[in-house]
Design a binder for this molecule. Structure first.
Ligand code: HXC
Length: 526
């Protein structure tokens, strides 16, 4: 009798375990093999495949596998899938903890219902509590239409968490399919957006709505493809050639970022000579100060192994930003790029640099600025685009940043742009200048025209007179010595020794602590 009871208990348990295994298999297959095949046919991976590709092998721990929606309207009662269209959990990247979610397009087009949203919200909550980055794969038809306002509520819950997590943990969004309507605002609130070539699209309203409202005829790709958002709008930071490439970009980004704002960024054992000089830099600056040169050559010469990870490579190219290492320590680089708009600051370049400066400051990454700036870009277009407001963003960001700040003026540092580009006056810790630096209120031609206009109009040979005064002006102001005499430049260095000088300057700053007056938050000119 007893053994019969035991046997029947064992059978019940076995059946329950079988049921669990079946359900688990059902969850793994998402929206079914037919839809998985369709996903593959489009050149896309499934949500689980993406997570496997991102994480170190066998480190993924899934959460919320058995979550479903609880709606019974508009046919949803017949569309109940385990997981509710998003795979969530945690794992490791290069052995460090990360939280991850991946929308599963095979389940109702990855559309976001309230349970789906709660899974993502839970992941962000866990990441915040445990101080780890969140990576989100976005592949979704947007708000799940059948759930009405409850799906909108779900988005709101996610946005709220994205904002709370901003500056506390790194948040990276990868767009690997559609991201449309208000749904785009979750990626937009995160630190980085990576879009995958051809298979990803982001827009607030799609081509058909655009056609109805404005009459414009435009394709998905032209309206919101990866190339548009990395080239024109600046919405996306990176354009992955395919999903694997996009995933490599995530891993590379994480290699420079701390897990949270209380940690230091990941330092590597130095493997490049810290005393390495580069004589080539001594002849990089052309004799004619109107001629360009490639600032990326300076950057790559100076950083460890010439390894510069550029961000926003194709947008606002007059300003260059990205990560690198100096003697193993992660740094953020901001630089003017003379071949594009002569390296002048325009609205887009200022916005690009200011967001990056704030990111570095949030995550304890020192900022190295290379300066060759003739000023703010003049023109009606720039004034109307709000260069005043946008230039102020960069000024604000540099002033606000308390991480170690070092600047190197390679050539021009003129006018307001001199002040903005990490001048001493904004709390920069060490300001270097090359002997080729020209630190002045403005260029010689404009300056002489303003100050000596009367004298020039009376001169026998105004052109010769102008040339003579301009030469005097250049001799006096087109040098770093005037600024150095006031202590606004700490040291004039030979171009070849820039790397060792930066490394020497950086190490004492690694223990820098600068406290500012407590406040709720500032009011950055948005
Ligand atoms: C419910 C959806 C859905 C949605 C797609 N599906 N989008 N279900 N809500 N928003 C379902 C489809 O019914 C289909 O189900 C499956 O997902 C795959 O969709 P297809 O259309 O067959 O795929 P495809 O041809 O690849 O087209 C993908 C798509 C298209 C471009 C995303 O589905 C589409 O345009 N969807 C609507 C997009 C949209 O307007 N969303 C609302 C945006 S407004 P079956 O069962 O056939 O597999 C919004 C507001 C957010 O998001 C506001 C936040 C603040």
């Amino acid at each position: 009798m007893e053994s019969q009871q035991k046997k029947s208990q064992e059978e019940t348990t076995k059946a329950k375990i079988e049921e669990y295994k079946e359900k688990y298999q059902e969850a793994l297959i998402g929206g079914g093999q037919r839809r998985i095949d369709a996903q593959h046919d489009k050149g896309k991976y499934t949500a689980r495949e993406r997570i496997q590709l991102l994480l170190d092998p066998e480190t993924f721990v899934e959460t919320g596998t058995f979550v479903t929606h609880h709606k019974n309207q508009f046919g949803l009662e017949n569309k109940k899938y385990l997981g509710d269209g998003v795979v969530t959990g945690y794992g490791r990247v290069d052995e460090r903890l990360v939280y991850v979610y991946a929308q599963d397009f095979t389940i109702m087009g990855g559309s976001l219902g309230n349970s789906h949203a709660k899974k993502i919200a839970h992941i962000i909550d866990q990441a915040m509590k445990n101080g780890a980055p969140v990576i989100g794969f976005n592949d979704s038809g947007g708000a799940r239409i059948q759930e009405g306002v409850d799906s909108l509520a779900g988005y709101g819950e996610i946005f709220f968490r994205n904002v709370n997590a901003s500056g506390v943990i790194p948040q990276i969004s990868v767009i690997v399919g559609p991201s449309a309507g208000g749904a785009v605002y979750s990626p937009a609130l995160t630190d980085f957006i990576i879009m995958t070539k051809e298979t990803s699209h982001m827009f607030v309203t799609g081509p058909s709505v655009v056609k109805t409202v404005t009459g414009e005829d435009i394709s998905f790709e032209e309206l919101g493809g990866a190339s548009i958002h990395t080239l024109k709008s600046g919405v996306a930071h990176f354009n992955g050639n395919d999903e694997r490439d996009s995933i490599q970009i995530i891993r590379r980004l994480l290699s420079f970022l701390p897990s949270n704002n209380l940690e230091l960024p990941p330092v590597l054992e130095p493997t490049d000579d810290k005393s390495r000089m580069d004589e080539g830099l001594n002849s990089l600056i052309p004799d004619d100060n109107k001629l360009p040169y490639d600032m990326k050559k300076v950057i790559c010469s100076v950083v460890d192994h010439g390894d510069f990870f550029e961000i926003h490579e194709k947008w606002a190219k007059n300003v260059v930003i990205g990560f690198a290492r100096l003697n193993g320590y992660p740094i953020g680089i901001v630089a003017n790029q003379p071949p594009v708009l002569a390296g002048a600051l325009d609205s887009e370049g200022s916005i690009k640099a200011s967001k990056f400066v704030r990111l570095c400051d949030s995550f304890n990454i020192p900022i190295i600025t290379f300066v060759d700036v003739p000023g703010f870009l003049p023109g009606v277009d720039q004034e109307w685009k709000g260069i005043i407001r946008n230039g102020a963003k960069l000024l604000y960001a540099y002033c606000e940043a308390t991480v170690p700040k070092i600047a190197v003026v390679t050539r021009k540092a003129f006018g307001g742009a001199y002040i903005v580009m990490a001048s001493k006056h904004l709390g920069t810790d060490v300001n270097f200048a090359w002997p080729t630096a020209e630190i002045a209120v403005m260029g010689s031609e404009a300056a002489v025209n303003i100050i000596f206009s009367k004298q020039l109009s009376k001169a026998k040979d105004p052109i010769k007179e102008q040339q003579k005064i301009e030469a005097e002006y250049r001799e006096k102001f087109y040098t770093p010595y005037e600024a150095a005499s006031y202590g606004y430049i700490d040291e004039i260095i030979s171009p070849e020794e820039t790397r060792p000088k930066l490394i020497e300057a950086l190490w004492p700053l690694l223990t820098k602590r600068e406290l500012r007056i407590g406040k709720k938050h500032g009011n950055i000119p948005l």
